[in-house]
Design a protein around this ligand. Structure first.
Ligand code: RB5
Length: 366
């Protein structure tokens, strides 16, 4: 798990302790500072950075430390998508995960000793979110946040992670996640969600004004200004999204890329690539429902760019934070559009909670 840490001068010593503990547990630690207990600094400067790393999926979680924990907690909770919990004991740490799905833990170094802080951190890392009625409550917070605050932009390279969390998308995604949903319904839902995502994915397309006549009089209307588009599904699961997208942009050309993930190495192996001949002139949407390790999607984009692709975006239904981070690392300037960002990858490289293997569910092969 990737964990960001940050502290002000008052939290520095405890932050170093927590870093050691995280490393012992095998976590990858991203330290946003500060780097001294002597030089007095302002906690928001450090807290925002680590909290934003969580909000933009560069890290899955963050641990922040200041004197009381209060300043860091107030700061972190201003960042869109962050649920920061100031915990002084084991019980609140457990409950902050179980009921609040806290993605940031805040500690007060002048309140909590190193041993208790380690215990709090362990409980907070280990405890899963219970979901159910608690998810509905968090949905209310998310809805308020979406109305009232701005999401931080992801990735220093300029590539954004845009989460399309429209209620219709979330509803349909919920149906898709259900293991009892049939292949036929699953296929329909994948197309519907892909179609709904097209609105956001194509939001920037240029328009031009033309004159037409309505039955009443002449008027000016807008029309897409002939932008050439291409959809490139990553075989085989990406195929499930194509029809849904073509319904809205029927003139897009369709390329295909075949990659599979070696079950042992989890690395992508390519076996097929056929793209429109004028690919370098087209805006390209690479589609792959599950952004798990990010390996296949990153390899697909690399192949397209080697063959002349210039402007590429990735469109997935569900992403793991690990996949987003790996993809942005490989292609820092490329936007990712997703309907949901899930918790993590399991040991087999599947997204948790996810929806299983999208290819098997689309084609009924399991
Ligand atoms: C620094 O003296 C202190 O104010 C800060 O670490 C924190 O406790 C603020 O909430």
């Amino acid at each position: 798990m990737k964990v960001a840490v940050a502290a002000d001068h008052a939290g520095y010593v405890l932050k170093e302790e927590i870093k050691k503990y995280l490393a012992e547990r095998g976590c990858e630690v991203i330290d946003f500072g500060t780097s001294s207990a002597e030089v007095k600094v302002d906690y928001p400067d450090w807290g925002f950075k680590a909290a934003e790393a969580v909000a933009t999926h560069k890290a899955e979680r963050a641990v922040l430390v200041c004197g009381t924990g209060i300043g860091m907690s107030i700061s972190a909770n201003k960042v869109h998508g962050v649920r920061a919990a100031l915990c002084h004991d084991h019980f609140t740490a457990v409950m902050s995960r179980r009921h609040n799905d806290a993605n940031v833990l805040v500690l007060g170094a002048r309140v909590t000793g190193a041993d208790v802080a380690r215990d709090i951190t362990a409980a907070w890392l280990d405890e899963p979110f219970e979901g159910g009625r608690h998810a509905f409550r968090l949905d209310k917070i998310t809805a308020y946040e979406n109305e009232n605050s701005k999401k931080p932009e992801a990735s220093s390279g300029g590539g954004r992670t845009v989460v399309i969390d429209h209620p219709l998308v979330r509803h349909k995604l919920g149906l898709m996640r259900n293991r009892n949903t049939s292949s036929k319904d699953f296929r329909d839902l994948v197309q519907e969600v892909a179609g709904l995502m097209v609105y956001e994915v194509t939001r920037h397309l240029p328009l031009e004004e033309i004159e037409i006549e309505t039955p009443i009089e002449k008027t000016n209307v807008f029309t897409l200004s002939g932008k050439k588009l291409a959809i490139v599904p990553v075989l085989r699961a990406g195929l499930g999204m194509v029809e849904g997208i073509l319904k809205l942009i029927p003139n897009a050309k369709v390329g295909h890329i075949g990659l599979y993930r070696d079950p042992k190495t989890l690395k992508p192996v390519d076996y097929y690539c056929k793209l429109p001949s004028d690919i370098s002139e087209r805006e390209i949407f690479v589609v792959d429902p599950m952004l798990a390790t990010g390996g296949s999607a990153a390899a697909a984009v690399s192949h397209i760019m080697e063959r002349g692709g210039r402007k590429v975006s990735l469109v997935s239904l569900i992403a793991a934070p690990e996949g987003i981070a790996a993809f942005h690392e490989a292609h820092p300037n490329i936007d990712i559009f997703v309907a949901a960002v899930d918790s993590h990858l399991n040991d087999h490289g599947y997204i948790v909670p996810g929806l299983g293997d999208a290819g098997d569910r689309l084609f009924g092969t399991k």
